[in-house]
Write a protein that binds this ligand. Structure first.
Ligand code: ARG
Length: 564
């Protein structure tokens, strides 16, 4: 039980049944101003229930609250301000961190339920875009966060490996392709073939027919078509894997769009059986008039299936295969309509579990205020971006700590971490301005700043004579300078919980920035290693901070080098 819950339970005993324990807990706030204590309870809601002035209620409650975990309780207007007993609280939180280590801050409310996370999902034969980067980074962090809350995450890379574009690509390759060139530089080469197809098709419309023809062959299982498709897919995956390796991201499944090829017939049958499929301009659609959405296209006039058809099949498959309690789709906000339609069609089919599906949208990556595009010539190659970030981090390390032994490894952890942290520190709906200089700064709200703080704390521990140890006897109520950092340590679990229920990793990012800032301030004020009666308790605090910073970084997908 945390302190908030304890206060809620004391209030509940005093107030009786009128307000539930859960509601009381939700009403308790954390005052912004430390002079107002560690917890605050506003009495406005009670005033209506009890028909008494809120100030009077606060006064009455104040006289009755008694617990060894509180140092004092005061009243300011309609607020009860509660000050924790610093000795009891510090003992508890630091003791917990020593006992639980990396498990500190965990929750059990996920109950082992499966959460499928559709993430990254780049399109083969096309460059890995900034949008795919965001999806990878956000999805990976959400997987770690839901796992910390007791769910079982299943990371699915829904590769864009099927669709009419592959008919066009095969056509282009047959006409102008060169196997050696593709092998040497697959995505670049395939992309230029694809672009050439569109340029030529403007003057030669028969190319479009050929493209459709090849896609039809592909859907019908033609061997030659399939062999080329598979080769394009394998080569593309090799390139994507290098990016995933750099970012240390793994998937539980690579079942992409093509995987659902033999599973769409069933979807179409189910829709027909329920009379949900209607003909419109020779295509088959599901009308969504009641839902105030445009119709969802299921089959084209030539019988070819679509993106939405494959997503319907995928949703059914995921429910049957994993029995998800939640199914997340981490995809840019420009696909919001698609996911609304998808969920609406499944609801129309009577699937209750469609309510457990959530589109997790996010904003764009901008460069100088404009969208970073991967279309036409303006390709931003993500691998180059990551490698540049690593090179810059390496340069910084060379300047700051030339004697570091594993510079290359640390440069990778810092360089990649900087890009990830920059993505996750703001609410995901915000657009992000991409600036490597900004991301890599050692001051300010950056990944390297938090990593650097962690490394600094580790170095204090290395320099100390003994190992950090927890001993309850070392804490006292004069723990004043330490209090800000200590009380922040108690906020880790609530931050993790908020991140999980709102699908918002920035809650964890903001939290570790706060903790790092508070720790650096403390470190500037107090000579931790100086001989004093408090040395052991202080060293234990430093250790507690390292554990929480490291775990917070891990939940975002960043590593924490001990030295940098
Ligand atoms: N491949 C798609 C794209 O790049 C994203 C796929 C998202 N996931 C899904 N189940 N539709 O736009």
């Amino acid at each position: 039980m945390n302190f908030k819950q304890e206060l809620a339970s004391i209030l509940s005993d005093l107030l009786g049944q009128e307000i539930s324990l859960k509601d009381l807990e939700l009403m308790i706030e954390k005052p912004k101003n430390p002079e107002h204590g560690d917890l605050a309870f506003p009495c406005f809601t009670l005033a209506k229930l009890k028909r008494k002035s809120p100030n009077l209620i606060a006064e009455e409650l104040c006289g009755k609250i008694q617990s060894p975990i509180f140092e004092k309780v005061t009243v300011v207007g309609a607020y009860l301000n509660v000050f924790l007993n610093k000795k009891t609280a510090s003992e508890k939180v630091i003791g917990d961190i020593f006992a639980q280590k990396g498990k500190y801050g965990a929750h059990a409310f996920g109950n082992g339920g499966a959460v499928t996370i559709d993430m990254s999902s780049p399109n083969i034969a096309k460059p890995f875009s900034m949008g795919h980067l965001r999806s990878t980074v956000i999805g990976n962090s959400l997987a770690l966060i839901v796992e910390k809350c007791g769910y079982k995450p299943i990371k699915i890379n829904h590769l864009g490996d099927w669709g009419t574009q592959f008919g066009k690509l095969i056509t282009a390759y047959q006409l102008w392709g060169d196997a050696d060139k593709v092998k040497a530089n697959p995505i670049k080469e395939l992309l230029s073939l694809y672009i050439k197809f569109h340029e030529e098709a403007e003057n030669n419309p028969s190319l479009e027919d050929q493209g459709r023809g090849w896609f039809k062959k592909l859907e019908d299982g033609d061997e030659q078509a399939l062999a080329l498709w598979k080769w394009f897919r394998d080569e593309s995956l090799k390139e994507f894997s290098r990016i995933y390796e750099l970012m240390n991201v793994q998937f539980d499944s690579y079942a992409g769009e093509a995987f659902y090829n033999d599973k769409m017939g069933r979807v179409v049958q189910l829709l027909e059986k329920q009379h949900l499929l209607v003909e419109s301009e020779q295509a088959q659609v599901v009308e969504l008039t009641e839902e105030q959405l445009p119709p969802c296209l299921i089959k084209k006039s030539d019988g070819a299936t679509l993106y939405a058809t494959r997503d319907l099949a995928a949703a059914l498959y995921r429910q049957e295969e994993y029995q998800f309690v939640q199914s997340l789709y981490v995809v840019g906000h420009e696909q919001s309509l698609h996911f609304k339609q998808l969920i609406a069609v499944l609801a129309k089919m009577g699937y209750e579990w469609s309510k457990q599906m959530h589109h997790i949208p996010f904003g764009m990556m901008l460069k100088d205020g404009k969208k970073m595009s991967t279309r036409k010539g303006k390709v931003v190659l993500l691998e180059e971006v990551l490698n540049e970030s690593i090179a810059m981090a390496r340069h910084n390390i060379e300047e700051k700590n030339p004697n570091l032994s594993n510079k290359d490894e640390v440069a990778k952890q810092v360089g990649v971490g900087a890009v990830i942290f920059h993505d996750l520190k703001n609410n995901r709906m915000n657009d992000i301005e991409f600036s490597l200089e900004e991301m890599l700064r050692f001051e300010g709200e950056t990944g390297p700043y938090v990593q650097y703080t962690y490394a600094r704390a580790c170095s204090i521990i290395r320099k100390a004579t003994g190992k950090p140890q927890f001993s309850a006897a070392t804490y006292s109520n004069s723990w004043e300078k330490e209090w800000k950092v200590t009380s922040l340590l108690m906020e880790f679990a609530p931050a993790v919980q908020r991140a999980c229920v709102n699908f918002d990793p920035s809650q964890v990012a903001k939290y570790i920035i706060d903790l790092a800032q508070a720790f650096n301030k403390y470190y500037a004020e107090v000579k931790i290693l100086e001989d004093s009666v408090e040395q052991q308790a202080r060293l234990a605090l430093v250790y507690a901070v390292t554990e929480v910073l490291k775990e917070g970084l891990r939940l975002l997908g960043l590593e924490a080098p001990d030295e940098m």
